[in-house]
Design a protein around this ligand. Sequence first.
Ligand code: T5A
Length: 212
Amino acid sequence: MTQCGCFITIEGLEGAGKSSCLSQIERLLRDRGLDPLLTREPGGTPLGEAVRGLLLAPAHHGMSAEAETLLLFAARAQHLEQVIRPALQAGRPVVCDRFTDATYAYQGGGRQLGEARIAVLEDWVQQGLQPDLTLYLDVPPRLGLERARQRSAPDRFEQERLEFFERARAVYLRRAERFPVRMKVIDASRPLAEVQAEIAAVITRMLDDGLD
Ligand code: T5A
């Protein structure tokens, strides 16, 4: 089996199409002889999935922005130790549905906590580990939320007002400008087949460039 300990994250607002693109990314990597590990945040471990339940439950609508952020990083610490770092060390590509860019976008932007406190937790928990490639599926919040609402009942985040998602999107776009090599912006308002074709091109380029 070919080895490539690369860390790929996929980001975007609700309904951007992240889940719809994950199996395609897996297939692209398998076709190149790789053995990818697919995971998600919040979640990815038994502890992380339990924390995810707390974070998404509409019953916890009074959760403070600080408590929310600390829960996300607690789940992330466990995920890194138990799943992500061991897989990367074993030479497996890791494909993660959301990671710390989501915390900057949703907690930093959406909840208006700002960047600085998140950066402290990022340094502490990740100790320098960053994704090699981040696919940011950009979609206007109204369109993404419509798609998400057709699929299932709104979770605690999906019950937020449109302005919350506008702020989150603005942070994602600012980060993509700041980290142009790592973050690729993909226009996800297009039909899924077009979105997937662009993702395939980006992943193929990454593999051809021999990122490991
Ligand atoms: N969160 C997470 C934080 O606040 N901070 C953090 O640090 C982290 C890690 C859960 C929540 O946690 C928050 C953000 C989230 O609110 P989640 O469940 O991973 O995160 O994310 P959601 O965005 O809620 O997941 P969704 O399933 O809504 O979005 P996806 O995965 O982007 O969308 P997908 O693929 O399920 O598609 C939704 C629907 O749209 C259709 C699909 O068929 C599906 O029905 N669709 C399209 N239709 C037309 N054209 C396209 N291009 C389409 N792409 C998808």
